[in-house]
Design a binder for this molecule. Sequence first.
Ligand code: FMN
Length: 168
Amino acid sequence: MNKTLVTYFSRTGNTRKVAEAIFETLAGDKSLKPMNEVQSLGEYGLVFIGFPVHSHSVPYEVEKFLKNIPAAKKIALFSTHGSLRGHSLSREAIEYAVILTSKTKVLGTFSCRGRLSMQALDVLSQSPEHQEWTEMAVSANSHPNETDLAEAKAFAREIKTRSVHGAY
Ligand SMILES: Cc1cc2nc3c(=O)[nH]c(=O)nc-3n(C[C@H](O)[C@H](O)[C@H](O)COP(=O)(O)O)c2cc1C
């Protein structure tokens, strides 16, 4: 049960990049897998789970996965989003993920911005109700950047320490 899993859902690669940075920095027995390839969490002592914010919330596939995590499992959550960092909309999505996993031991969360695909920007900018949000999201264009990835790595190391030393 010392093995660590880093799993993610990623449509356009941003969350995968963050997952890879987390995976790289972890020492010891570890595995990196897209969420749809995870059969069971039984063999893992610690699980990092990443997702992109969709419709200001948790994508449906991820919601299902989060609800099925065995009780008392040690987990850490991370997300990428187009909204500004610290904006209530991106905070609410990860807070909702924490609520969905309330039976587990959530050791911590991390979020950073992720560029929107041209396709997503095109679709969103065409609807008037999304206009203002889309203008904000354009500035996510350079993310995740080196600083985001370095912060994700620091987060991973802190979580690992917490899981080993039981500071929960
Ligand atoms: C269909 C779709 C809906 C999105 N909705 C939101 C949203 O509501 N709020 C937000 O902050 N970002 C939103 N985004 C932006 C993504 O969260 C962001 O680009 C993320 O980094 C994508 O991660 P991925 O490349 O791992 O799929 C949306 C992106 C797509 C494609």
